[in-house]
Design a binder for this molecule. Structure first.
Ligand SMILES: [Zn+2]
Length: 541
């Protein structure tokens, strides 16, 4: 008996010691969260043979590749995407239901990060009147700051305000983005009252001006872009400096708003890469005793993708040039903090649909819904029934916001409205389904879609009736393309992990975008964000 007891005691003791050894509070010096705006999962492979060894391929070969990571809500847009990545949550909880939505309290459309309580720092305009106040939950970056009494430094950088602000969370030390009017890197008085000297010094160099004084030509000889369509396709949009959507793009011919054009070229990403490196150097990120966190969101891919589509030479060229920028960024990190002292994850905020006209050329069903005329038709029908067009307060993100006090007076419900408009909707080419959002579970739809829909709607911010389009159909633009749908081309994105504690491997297990934040929490032994619904990714599969 005594013998057995001591055997188990020793076993328990040794297990305990092992456990203690594996949970040593070992932290990376720096985490870099990289979001590539509009990068679909397959872009890792479509351009693989042309990527360098040091960029995407370095993470794919030496890191861990989660090959089946999906968004699980709509709309698949930039604001909700960045929010979901960093909160481990979904619009139903974190409240970021779109980039813009109708606000019932103010009877107006609000922008995800606008906040007139704060002012622009770094330019004399309103482009910095911003804050993360509409984000209802904490981010992984907030949790990191809270885990060590706010000693960790968190900085967010992007070409887009929302791509910098949401990842930096509520407690971020700074968020910077590129102001299209002045070409300056700006921030909000939410973070600081004046720009640090290093940011003012960079602004004084007027780098966007230099990039816009040159042409955008292809990195490789143009005949080598065999993964893309021919250069001039009638369905592509034009840059303001273009008369045709072809190379070279004469950027200096632009008659457009100042410096915004640089965001529509791969040089926007290069500017951001340089700014990210400058932020690390000047803020001494990764050089203290705690873990610092830089969030970087490369958005030129999105601007270029919308304009020319994912099958264009322009998109391919933007990815090849971004790959070179990433390679340079990673070798800088090697030299700054040392190879195993930083942790990278790379993902995207959403994917993208092919240009509808191009898909049609190859007999693939796709199309553009004229949403303005659809809205007019709905208003006409309701006007005939109610003698009033004011039933629809707003149509945003394919959701109708209804005037409930007016409906009550007329003794009608949301369901009555749906029944009136649905026969007309069903006659529209490209229309898939519609339902009353509060009665989602009664809709005739696959359970998988219903569960994604349940993640999408916030009771205070979402509309009343949802209108879904067929796959490869979208509203708005007749040239170029967009994203936002619930289908795989918009939901399936890359997720690569690299560096500190990350072993080499790949997995085809289904993971959701909301799994990134809790996985970081697990690796760092810190609390998950407060609205987290994700689960820790299994790196052993
Ligand atoms: Zn976009």
């Amino acid at each position: 008996m005594i013998k057995t007891f001591s055997f188990f005691s020793i076993l328990l003791l040794s297990l305990n010691l092992q456990a203690q050894q594996t949970t040593v509070p070992d932290k990376p010096k720096l985490i870099v969260g990289i979001v590539i705006d509009q990068m679909r999962y397959d872009f890792l492979y479509r351009f693989y043979s042309k990527y360098s060894d040091g960029g995407f391929k370095r993470l794919m070969i030496q890191g861990f590749n989660c090959k089946n990571v999906q968004y699980n809500y709509i709309p698949t847009y930039t604001g909700p995407g960045h929010a979901s990545i960093y909160t481990g949550s979904v619009p139903a909880i974190n409240g970021i239901v779109s980039n813009d939505w109708y606000d019932r309290e103010t009877n107006s459309t609000v922008y995800v990060t606008s906040d007139n309580n704060y002012k622009t720092v770094g330019a004399d305009n309103v482009n910095g009147n911003m804050s993360p106040q509409r984000l209802n939950t904490t981010t992984i970056t907030d949790q990191l700051r809270m885990s060590d009494n706010f000693q960790s430094k968190v900085i967010g950088v992007s070409l887009k305000d929302r791509g910098a602000i949401l990842p930096a969370g509520h407690t971020g030390n700074a968020a910077y983005w590129l102001d299209g009017l002045t070409g300056n890197w700006i921030t909000s008085s939410f973070y600081m009252s004046t720009l640090p000297k290093w940011v003012s010094d960079i602004n004084a160099e007027q780098q966007p001006k230099k990039y816009l004084s040159q042409n955008w030509n292809t990195l490789l000889p143009i005949e080598q872009y065999s993964e893309s369509t021919i250069d001039s396709i009638q369905y592509e949009s034009l840059l303001p400096s273009d008369t045709k959507p072809i190379f070279p793009h004469h950027l200096s011919d632009s008659t457009w708003v100042k410096y915004d054009l640089v965001k529509y070229t791969p040089f926007g990403n290069t500017l951001l890469k340089d700014f990210g490196i400058d932020a690390i150097k000047n803020e001494n990120l990764g050089k203290g005793t705690v873990t610092d966190f830089l969030t970087v969101s490369f958005s030129a891919t999105d601007y270029v993708g919308h304009t020319f589509g994912p099958n264009s030479i322009e998109s391919e060229d933007t990815y090849l040039r971004l790959d070179k920028d990433l390679a340079e960024f990673f070798s800088f990190l090697d030299s700054w903090v040392g190879k195993n002292n930083y942790l990278i994850f790379l993902t995207a905020d959403h994917g993208v649909a092919p240009i509808a006209g191009l898909a049609n050329d190859y007999h693939i069903p796709a199309g553009v819904m004229n949403e303005l005329s659809l809205l007019d038709s709905m208003k006409n029908i309701l006007n005939k029934s109610f003698g009033d067009t004011g039933i629809i307060l707003a149509y945003e993100n394919q959701q109708l916001y209804l005037n409930h006090s007016m409906l009550e007076k007329k003794n009608k419900t949301d369901d009555d409205v749906l029944k009136m408009i649905q026969p007309m909707l069903l006659r529209q080419k490209g229309f898939y389904n519609s339902f009353v959002i509060s009665e989602l579970n009664q809709a005739t739809m696959p359970d998988e879609l219903k569960s994604m829909m349940n993640n999408s709607f916030h009771p205070k911010r979402s509309g009343d009736i949802m209108i879904l389009l067929d796959p490869y159909w979208f509203g708005g633009r007749t040239k170029g393309t967009t994203h936002g749908a619930i289908f795989s081309y918009d939901t399936h994105v890359p997720l690569l992990w690299y560096g500190w504690k990350i072993k080499t491997g790949e997995s085809g297990t289904l993971n959701h975008i909301s799994d990134i934040a809790p996985t970081l929490s697990y690796l760092l032994n810190i609390q998950e964000p407060n609205g987290n619904i994700g689960t820790v990714i299994n790196f052993n599969k």
